[in-house]
Design a protein around this ligand. Sequence first.
Ligand code: NAD
Length: 238
Amino acid sequence: MTQPLDLSDFERAVFFTGAGISAESGVPTYRGRAGIWAEYDPEKVASQAAFERDPETVLAFHEQRRALVAACAPNAAHRHIAAWQADHSGVSVITQNTDGLHETAGSSDVVELHGSLWRTRCARHGVLKDRSDGPYQRRDCPECGARLRPDITWFGDMVDTTAFEEAGRRVEAADLFVAVGTSGVVWPAAGFIELAARSGARMIEINPEPSEASVAFSTQLRQPAAEALPTLFPLPAD
Ligand code: NAD
């Protein structure tokens, strides 16, 4: 185990999180034996073409995901990052997750690269919040009546350029970059790992398994996130 670090020694820290940070909350990851894509074909439930062909099946899949996530609580890793964010203005959270657990844990400033299960959107009239824990409340746009789709980046979608540009600015300015629970195989998000290393940040990976991106990290903690984070970055009051 690496010696504990004082997060306030760093001016700008980025926590770059993936599905693994929510694994201990009970949210399944996408890849691996217990992953969602072992059970579902992404082409059939998570693409614009599938939504146009069969919106009910696509919405039913996302409603199932919402119900699953609504039954999960943030874990010590989400809570620890939120506590540090409250304590230190230089802490950013950039997440690939769509589960909203960082916000539920109290993080107020989260860059969501791939959207959120808790929002829907109309191609013409933008994004609507839909934070009910049950099925999507609104199926149609109140402005034009078009069918609303989950505000999530699906296979084949363009990325959210606003979120990616904001994330890029934060990563370039970071002197500490901590990747938590990401396999580093989903692009272009995985490119932030290389950008942080190029920009000279101290690089730390927290993942029980080696990942595609491990080589970029000078410190690799092979532990679950909820165990590693509070030990590595104790809070001032701890
Ligand atoms: P991934 O499923 O590809 O990889 C998850 C990684 O987490 C793996 O490397 C695994 O070894 C690691 N991991 C598992 N348990 C862990 C733990 N307790 N602590 C730390 N690490 C742990 O996930 P990804 O890299 O985020 O990429 C997949 C894409 O799927 C992302 O774009 C994300 O949007 C999406 N996704 C989101 C959620 C969510 O919102 N919770 C869940 C599944 C997938």
